[in-house]
Design a protein around this ligand. Sequence first.
Ligand SMILES: [Fe+2]
Ligand SMILES: [Fe+2]
Length: 477
Amino acid sequence: MREDILSAAAKRRIFFSPDAMEMILSNNDPLSFTNTIFSHLSENAMFVDRKQIMDCIAGDMVIFESKKEIVPDNRFTPDIHVMPNSDITGESTCEGKINDFAMYFKNRYHTIRRLIERRRDFGRAVDIARAKELDRETKIVGIVYEKNTTKNGHTMLTLEDETGVAKVLISKDSDIANEAFVHDEVVGVSVKPTVSGTLLMAQKVFRPDIPKDHVWEESDTPSKIAFLSDVHVGSTTFLEDTWYRMVSWLKANSVKEDIHYLVFPGDVVDGIGVFPDQDKELEIKDIYTQYEKLAEYLKDIPDHIKMVVHPGNHDACRLAEPQPALDKVFTKSFDSNILMLGNPVYLNVEGRTVLTYHGKSMDDWISGMQGMSYDHPLKVMKEMCVRRHLAPIYGQRNALAPEKKDYLVIDHVPDIFVSGHVHGAGQEIYNGVRMINASTWQDQTEYQRMHNFNPDPGIMPIVSLSDGKVDMRNFHK
Ligand SMILES: [Fe+2]
Ligand SMILES: [Fe+2]
């Protein structure tokens, strides 16, 4: 550089003093600074020192320009927020007392009742105690306490609100004979009293549902969000090769593909003692080491990608939902830019509403509702949307913690609703909601083989935040 400057000066018969040279070389761009000096010098200047440079270009900011800031290659600033009151982490108050349960179900009832009453074809509900006294058609909202089939093949529901309990009969000959109900869901029904007055006859069923006019409005962001569910680090069946194939692809493509966000919807490690004899299927038998290994894998993921991790039923966390974020004792080796959140949680990502829930309740949906199966998790997710609840069934396989607020209610309409747990992979749009089951990074386990369950591993769903297109990218060969 010094030689270039000296030869440029020599061509103009100019000689710089040592302090002038020092000043020039300390500039960010010495050559263009030298040219600036040349353009400011008088024609007969020959020997130029520091003072002359200062004088002749006084006021020219170039002299005083500070060293340029080092700008990282990627200038993207993530725009991701946890939606208020959607994460139980640090907010849990329940002690499992009777009163906790009463408050929990009250909150569920009223939140979903409000959603049902927002429907244009429903209006205001009448309390159950009052509806039983009236001899005209009314609309009620109740929690399904019981459902039976009568000996004549009709459906008998027991619905409950704070004012009373009603037996509601759905005739097998009516248009609504095929409606399916799950325990503890909140439902609206228009009812007519029977002649005897002991029963109410259901005329129509109203679900809170996702509004039909909910659409994905296109935006001009280039950003994409990806999902990696059920990684199961620590299991002997963790698909390390498939994982590395995915990581190499991210390294090569995530910048040009604008993949800026990555969400892990639970079961990030295989855990310990989750099912009998699990240790026979564990490569890493220590829970802390499982999370340390996961932290290592995550360090490979390009730095510009903002990551979110929440627990599932295999993680070291209370099982009862909603689950708080993983404790720091497990995640101390994780990079600090990884957001550790509860399950479920709502995220606002560049204006899109993303609901992420591990999906343990699918076990209860599948055993409690006809037509549901482990092969079709998206069908289950649709039923969750229709009932605006992730896990309505209380007291079966999926434990629920009676918090003051029911965090499992789908109280915001999501743009993206992602789930895992059943190790399937698929996507479907329901009333504008991108529903995704986000695969797994674990091969078929012995338990799954015995039950003839075939997972869809190694698939990363990538959603474009501009137009909502979903790309199910397969890394499993
Ligand atoms: Fe899992
Ligand atoms: Fe799971």
